[in-house]
Design a protein around this ligand. Structure first.
Ligand code: B16
Ligand code: MG
Length: 215
């Protein structure tokens, strides 16, 4: 029986995926990398900052040392944080608040499992922090999705067995991480049907049958 739901953050609870895209695009343009597209950005969904940088640098003629890559990743994060400065509850995705409230009413434990090291700041700025029991994010582990660690840490913090957990994700890497963690999954977002999740929905407002999922 599912008694715990662990939500990915970017692309599931909030629309920061677009802000990540714009920050990477700005960096790509500065590096004279042309043709960094939305399709490239889709491959950055759910994967770590350093892995996301590699997707951008694939299109570069120049090669960069590890130290230079760290500087570039920091630069992108500065751009991203700049765009987060004024965010508020308006970036919360449809159905997210209602879903979190419904789960709380039913006594379901609610966690966040995100690759993003900016997770605590985003949860605070959007006011979602008050609706989440425990957070596991890129600050808790260096192993990024599809490794299962971020979800296993969330389950441990919540005191739940993986078999009792459902992960809600918008990325293929995240769904694979849920599988490796031994958890069921609900895929949402533009590619929900192709992610390999046990259940699919366009978004959290899309008539997700929680009665059925929880029983
Ligand atoms: P940061 P999620 C992921 O968040 C994003 O989808 C991914 O694009 C980003 O590279 C990653 O977080 C790291 O984020 O640079 O803020 O630490 O989808 O796992 O909530
Ligand atoms: Mg995501």
């Amino acid at each position: 029986m599912i008694n715990t739901v662990i939500f990915d953050l970017d692309g599931v609870l909030v629309s920061t995926d677009e802000l990540h895209y714009l920050a990477w695009k700005r960096l790509a343009e500065e590096l004279n990398i042309t043709g960094f597209t939305k399709a490239d950005n889709e491959r950055q969904r759910g994967v770590s900052r350093m892995e996301s940088l590699e997707v951008v640098l694939e299109k570069s003629d120049k090669s960069y040392t590890d130290d230079e890559k760290k500087v570039l990743a920091e630069k992108k994060n500065d751009y991203y944080k700049e765009s987060l400065r004024d965010v508020d509850e308006s970036i919360i995705l449809p159905g997210a608040v209602e879903t979190l409230k419904l789960l709380h009413e039913r006594g379901v434990k609610v966690g966040v499992g995100s690759a993003s090291k900016n997770t605590p700041a985003i949860l605070d700025k959007t006011g979602l922090a008050g609706l989440i029991d425990k957070v596991s994010c890129g600050l808790d582990t260096d192993k990024s999705k599809p490794e299962p660690d971020v979800f296993l840490i969330a389950a441990e913090k919540l005191g739940s067995d993986p078999s009792e957990c459902l992960v809600v994700e918008d990325s293929a890497a995240g769904i694979e991480a849920a599988k490796r963690a031994g958890m069921k999954s609900l895929g949402v977002g533009p590619f929900n049907k192709t992610l390999g999740a046990s259940i699919c929905a366009d978004n959290l407002a899309d008539n997700v049958n929680w009665d059925r999922i929880l029983n």
